[in-house]
Structures are given as structure tokens and as C-alpha cells.
Design a binder for this molecule. Structure first.
Ligand SMILES: Cc1cc2nc3c(=O)[nH]c(=O)nc-3n(C[C@H](O)[C@H](O)[C@H](O)COP(=O)(O)OP(=O)(O)OC[C@H]3O[C@@H](n4cnc5c(N)ncnc54)[C@H](O)[C@@H]3O)c2cc1C
Length: 351
């Protein structure tokens, strides 16, 4: 058994940012993470040619002021998503793709230099890796009067005065037992709270050279036809590595990885030419298969449904248990900006 003043469950952006803000207030905090790595829905893969490829969170913009201010505070650089050149829109299978240009005046979106995982790494270094325990999945939370007891999947017990859950609400209710049970209103709310991007499939293809740019294409592709539904250039900010990255039709989760890869390369060859076949690496992530992110809903739940509901601002089991994942945020819930907002809100509450 171990004892801490505050335990944060989950080492995604919300959990790590919560620990960062609490540590800044000189408070004692331990982060417990079920996975063998940190980051949650932030996952940057490094390819054989060093391309940083995002399987999770990637873009942000001026509509995310809390994240932008936070990046300034922790001194991380970002750059504008490349969109210059000819973009493609496949409307119907029997006609060639429409060509268009994304105007420079469009509201830009940004990516973190070196990959989104830079954000996670920076926070983890500040918190100290000794305060982040991996491979520790919490399965039960029990009210013990002045403390809260947490049981992990190996039966180990942790005691804390305050507990902050940053696991997406639907997953937190479906996979953790609460003794005594949480209020019915909260349980019902969480079961119908959407986990942003939980159903998505992301892919990235790494190349030795940006052949699409050499042919004046932007790398942006939108399709009602092929397996790729949306895609962008994913080269590094300093043009040291090259990739294309985007989303696949969610219903292709039933195919094998090889079948999806074949369809992706075929679509890229059709759009950009035979060079697309000579890729360095192919990566993908079917998020609905990630049991530490996604859990099927009992009923139909729409994108962002119940995100940021006011009930998540309450505390439970006599003010000892708090919810602070991105989906609970009062601003931009579901996004990285929401994760920062949720972390700021809870860390300013805890004493
Ligand atoms: C494909 C995809 C694309 C996205 N694109 C963008 C984007 O472009 N821009 C943007 O702003 N946002 C984007 N997002 C959303 C963004 O990733 C999230 O808002 C943010 O990362 C959520 O952080 P979090 O810490 O709240 O939750 P998570 O990242 O889900 O973290 C929760 C953590 O809890 C852990 N955990 C789960 N159960 C337990 C348990 N029982 N015990 C202990 N630990 C547990 C998990 O392993 C995980 O590490 C995207 C998400 C995905 C999946």
C-alpha cells in the first residue's frame, strides 16, 4: 500500500497538465497510468526516416487560447499546417478529383514542432518520472472516510486525500467500480458522454521525398469515394522528413491492417501517381480498439454529446473525487485546449 496527498488517474494531457499545475503549487501528486507509456490520445510515431507521425491529437488554432498560452508558458514552438498548392476533392468514383486551392487567408491550423508528444515529454520531465507510475490500471475506488482507496488491476492499494480522474467519462464509469456507487445522474451522464475521436482511424505514410509537393500538390485530400476521407501533408517543420497523414473511413475497422494499407496506397497512386507506391513506412491506429480510450456506448451518442456538462464541475464522495479529463472541460471540451482548461480548473480548486 502507498499513500499520497493527491492521486491523478491517467497520464494523458489532462492528467499530466493537472500534475504540472499542482506541482507548481508545491503540492504532492502521484499520477497512475494504466498503459506502459504516457500520452493517452497523444501518440507520435517516429518513422524509419525520422518523420514524426501523429496517430492522435495534431492540430490547434487561434480558437484554442488556453493551449496557445500554455505552449508559451512551457516554451514549445509550433508551425502552420502546410496547405499551399493543389488540393483534391474526390466527389464521385467515376469522375476525376476536383482540384482547388485552400486560400492563404483561411484561418490557419498549427502543429507542434517535433510532434505533439513534445508536449507530453515536457510535462513528464517537469513532474518527474518517479511520480508517474505506468502499467497501473485502477479498477476500484472506495470512500474510506478521510481518504480514498484506489485498487489497481494487480490488487495493489493506494490511499489519497484527493483523487482526480482524467480517464474519458464513459470509460471511467464502465471500467472502474465505485464504492459506494456514484450518483445516478453522474453515471447516466458519463455513459452518454462522447469520447472525442474514439471511433476514428488515423493513418500516416512516410516517404523519402515530398513527391506530391514537387508536382504542385498540397497533400490535402478530401474524399467521399476512397478509404482516405481526409488527409494533409505531414512533413516536418524544417523539411527534414516527409509524410502524408489523415483519417480513414471509420467503417473500415472491420478490414485487416494489410487490406486498409493496400487501399490507402491505391488511392494515393490514383491521386498523385506511381511514386506513392515507394513509401518508407505505413502506420495506422484504430482508436476504437484501444481499450484505454474507447468503450462502446449503450445508446447512440453523437460527437461531443454531453462534453463539458456542468455536472462534471461538481466534486463527489465528500469533495474527495473530481473529474478532469478533456471531455469535462468548460471550454473546448474534447480537444487539447479542453485538457488544459480541465487541468487548470481542478488544480486551482485543490488545496
Ligand atoms: C485520432 C485523434 C485525433 C485527435 N486530434 C486532435 C486534434 O487535432 N486537436 C485536438 O485539440 N485534439 C485532438 N484530439 C483529442 C485530444 O487527443 C484529446 O483532447 C486529449 O489528448 C485528451 O487528453 P486526456 O488526458 O483528457 O484524455 P486521454 O488522452 O484519453 O488520457 C486518459 C489516460 O487515462 C489512462 N487510463 C484509462 N483508464 C485508466 C485506468 N482505469 N487507470 C489508469 N489510467 C487509465 C489512459 O491510458 C490515458 O493515458 C484527437 C484525439 C484522437 C484520438
Amino acid at each position: 500500500m502507498s499513500r499520497s496527498s493527491i492521486i491523478v488517474i491517467g497520464a494523458g494531457l489532462s492528467g499530466l497538465a493537472t500534475a504540472y499545475f499542482l506541482k507548481k503549487k508545491r503540492m504532492n501528486v502521484l499520477v497512475l497510468e494504466a498503459n506502459t507509456k504516457i500520452g493517452g490520445r497523444i501518440q507520435t510515431i517516429i518513422g524509419n526516416n525520422s518523420a514524426t507521425m501523429e496517430m492522435g491529437a495534431t492540430w490547434f488554432g487561434r480558437q484554442h487560447p488556453n493551449l496557445l498560452a500554455f505552449l508559451k508558458e512551457i516554451e514549445l514552438d509550433y508551425f502552420r499546417q502546410h496547405t499551399q498548392g493543389i488540393s483534391l476533392f474526390e466527389t464521385m468514383s467515376f469522375v476525376p478529383p476536383q482540384k482547388f486551392e485552400i486560400p492563404d487567408s483561411d484561418e490557419p491550423s498549427y502543429r507542434l514542432a517535433g510532434g505533439t508528444s513534445k508536449l507530453i515529454e515536457k510535462l513528464a520531465n517537469y513532474i518527474g518520472l518517479e511520480y508517474i507510475k505506468l502499467d497501473t490500471r485502477i479498477v476500484e475506488i472506495t470512500d474510506k472516510g478521510s481518504e480514498v482507496a484506489l485498487k489497481d488491476d494487480k490488487g495493489y492499494l493506494y490511499l489519497a486525500s484527493q483523487v482526480v480522474i482524467t480517464v474519458p467519462p464513459n470509460l471511467a464509469i464502465n471500467t472502474i467500480a465505485y464504492v459506494p456507487a456514484l450518483p445516478k445522474a453522474l453515471t447516466e451522464l458519463a455513459l452518454s458522454t462522447h469520447t472525442w475521436m474514439g471511433e476514428s482511424i488515423k493513418f500516416a505514410v512516410e516517404y523519402a521525398s515530398p513527391f506530391w509537393k514537387q508536382k504542385q500538390y498540397s497533400g490535402a485530400l478530401f474524399s467521399h469515394v476512397g478509404i482516405i476521407t481526409e488527409m494533409y501533408d505531414h512533413s516536418a517543420y524544417d523539411n527534414s522528413s516527409f509524410a502524408l497523414m489523415g483519417f480513414l473511413n471509420g467503417s473500415t475497422n472491420v478490414l485487416t491492417k494489410q487490406a486498409r494499407q493496400d487501399k490507402v496506397i491505391k488511392q494515393l497512386v490514383q491521386c498523385y501517381g506511381a511514386e506513392a507506391e515507394n513509401f518508407v513506412t505505413y502506420h495506422e491506429k484504430v482508436w476504437r480498439e484501444d481499450i484505454l480510450t474507447f468503450c462502446p456506448y449503450n445508446d447512440l451518442v453523437m460527437a461531443h454529446q454531453n462534453n463539458g456538462d456542468a455536472l462534471y464541475q461538481n466534486s463527489f464522495i465528500n469533495s474527495k473525487l473530481h473529474f478532469a479529463g478533456s471531455e469535462t472541460a468548460t471550454e473546448n471540451p474534447g480537444y487539447m485546449d479542453g485538457a488544459i482548461v480541465a487541468a487548470q480548473t481542478i488544480s486551482s480548486k485543490l488545496k
